[in-house]
Design a protein around this ligand. Structure first.
Ligand code: M6R
Length: 607
């Protein structure tokens, strides 16, 4: 959610932190701020609500030379979006940035206010500042003040604190992402909520365990020292060379990242099969298939959960392994029945989604083997699972997940193959490669028809609501299509099992309601009957179904025919590309901020 970046070193710290923040901005963009030590060793702070651009505007004409800086992009949890609630928060030469939620903030706030602390903001984060300054005022050293304050806060959080008095940065976390890094050549130390912010800057990364205090100081021989909760040196962190590159993060010829990412899908599909079937990924795929569980508990959030529903279909269809897919936020608190021999399967683009991480932890604590289907190599989910399959989607910037969904579902199909002996059979791999290539080819063709989808979007974008319907394997993509539209076009949309509409929601159908009917070759007649029911109630029908189908064309106000031939189980992934483009063009006609829709963040690190 919130992005954090900190830097100490001889280079311009503000510039480095702003660069890091700009890489994380897509993850939270309610406000942005930095605090830094200037050439007179004095702490400066600049913060502004709105996007990072606003902060950059504030700093534009300032003349400073900073050699230590912390910065933040906010996704608001406590307190409205305004300048005062923006991070950093500062008092008594101390400034802090925070990602997470302090669950006991309100009781601590009362206690601190009663002691005379004058809160400036409505944030929970300022409570940590109040605690630190209280401990320092009581005469404790910075390190001890951090450790003692951290013991008082509940919930999942990461804090980075800049102390002007000692010219040092300290950070600590529990259940929230945090990474430190160094570049020994230039004597620089970094801290961030995401290794991507440090790509190309830090050569060595350290992922501290929970409750480990990270101490960044130019005076440290190692630039960063780590301490346990008693203040003793510790090596309770995972160390790894930085192998991430910044990669192309511009939109190229595209107006939005979302559109660019939709267009990337055919190439990504091709390279996924190449990697897993004919390249270095084959061994990891084989390893993922070594353990055949008696059941998969599939857990994920949002789009990743809908991909999980497709993965369930693959695993049940091809492997006859029972699957229990569940939203991670529900799974974690439901006391699910977890039994020996079963496995937890977690699907995530970021690998940092708080609920998915908690679901994984629950499975590990119940001694289940855990496997992830994840995009970000080295993410917390990746590190915590026993085994991982990378979806290799590259960085996804658009908040609305598109290419990650496709790659997650396809990686699930690869897993289902890995769980059979067929994977060892070259002929089977070649056959599936051909099917994936066919999918890529057909998606290329679909994309080339974008203009047709745009025309439909123009006609329907002002309707009051949308029901996406599908049956069987198309139901998950009905859910996903509706989610895509809601999040980027701010239109009310529901995904429904086509046969379920008449059990209630059909009451909402009128001439202002659009039914986006996802019609596959399977259960065709039954789905058409469901469309008839909506048509009879004057609903506007947009059907996306088998090409050249006169029945569908006649029945529908809008008909987009597609060619499912040869795709079989991959058909829902294919039809979903139309959903993505439809949502994109409806949002475009609505004039919304497609890549950074309101109220959202790319990575949801709070529960
Ligand atoms: O990073 P994750 O895949 O774990 O994220 C899960 C959801 O937050 C995410 O898929 C969300 O629903 C997307 N914004 C939907 O487009």
């Amino acid at each position: 959610m919130c992005g954090i970046v900190g830097h100490i070193g001889p280079k311009d710290s503000v510039e480095i932190v702003l660069e890091g923040l700009s890489r994380l901005e897509y993850r939270g963009y309610d406000s942005a701020g930095v605090s830094f030590i200037d050439e007179n060793d004095s702490l400066q702070i600049y913060k502004k609500s709105g996007k990072l651009e606003n902060l950059k505007g504030l700093l534009k004409d300032k003349d400073y030379k900073a050699r230590m800086c912390i910065g933040h992009t906010r996704w608001a949890t406590h307190g409205e979006v305004n300048d005062v609630n923006s991070h950093p928060h500062m008092k008594d030469h101390i400034s802090i940035v925070h990602n997470g939620i302090i669950e006991n903030a309100s009781s601590l706030r009362k206690e601190l206010a009663a002691e005379g602390y004058d809160f400036k903001s409505e944030t929970d984060s300022e409570v940590f500042l109040a605690l630190i300054t209280r401990e320092l005022a009581a005469g404790k050293e910075f390190k001890q003040a951090m450790l003692d304050s951290f013991k008082l806060v509940e919930g999942h959080s990461a804090f980075v604190v800049l102390n002007e008095n000692v010219l040092e940065i300290m950070s600590i976390k529990k259940g929230a992402p945090l990474v430190c890094g160094i570049n020994t050549v230039d004597s620089e130390a970094f801290v961030s909520s995401d290794p991507y912010a440090l790509a190309g800057m830090a050569s060595q990364l350290y992922f501290p365990a929970d409750n480990v205090l990270c101490h960044l100081s130019a005076k440290n021989k190692n630039l960063i020292n780590f301490y346990d909760s008693e203040g003793n040196p510790t090596d309770d962190f995972m160390s790894k060379k930085q192998d991430m590159s910044v990669g192309p993060t511009d939109k190229g010829q595209f107006e939005h990242f979302m559109l660019k990412e939709i267009h990337e899908q055919p190439e990504l599909i091709r390279s996924l099969t190449q990697f897993y079937f004919h390249g270095e990924g084959l061994e990891s795929l084989k390893k993922a298939g070594e353990f055949v569980p008696s059941k998969f508990h599939i857990s994920a959030c949002g789009t990743a959960y809908y991909a999980g529903l497709l993965v369930r279909d693959f695993l049940e269809m091809y492997n006859k392994i029972p699957c229990s897919p569940e939203l991670a936020s529900e799974f974690r608190y439901r006391n699910p029945l977890l039994q020996k021999g079963e496995s937890g399967l977690f699907i995530s683009q970021s690998g940092e989604t708080a609920d998915t991480l908690a679901a994984q932890e629950l499975c590990t604590n119940s001694e289940l083997k855990t496997l992830s289907i994840v995009n970000v190599d080295g993410s917390t989910l990746f590190r915590n699972c026993d085994n991982n399959l990378l979806i290799r989607a590259g960085i996804e910037i658009g908040v609305a997940s598109t290419k990650a969904f496709t790659q997650q579902a396809l990686t699930g199909r690869l897993l289902s193959l890995a769980l059979t002996k067929e994977l060892n059979d070259e002929a089977s791999r070649v056959k599936l490669t051909a099917k994936f290539s066919l999918l890529a080819e057909k998606i290329d063709h679909l994309i080339s028809r974008s203009e047709e989808i745009k025309v439909i979007a123009e006609s329907i974008h002002n309707h009051k609501g949308f029901f996406y319907t599908g049956r069987g394997v198309y139901f998950p993509v009905a859910l996903e299509g509706a989610l895509k539209l809601k999040e980027i076009a701010y239109v009310h949309a529901e995904g429904y099992a086509a046969g379920e509409l008449k059990h209630g929601p059909i009451a909402m159908i009128d001439e202002d309601m659009v039914n986006v009917a996802l019609v596959g070759p399977e259960l065709f007649e039954k789905t058409v009957s469901n469309i008839q029911e909506i048509k009879a109630r004057k609903g506007v029908i947009l059907s996306i179904g088998p090409k050249d189908n006169e029945e569908l064309a006649e029945l529908s106000d809008y008909y987009f025919g597609i060619d499912f031939d040869g795709l079989d189980e991959l058909s829902p992934i294919y039809i979903n590309i139309v959903n993505q483009l439809l949502a994109y063009y409806i949002a475009k006609y609505k004039g919304t901020d497609i890549d950074k829709p309101r109220n959202l963040a790319k990575s949801v690190t709070v529960e």
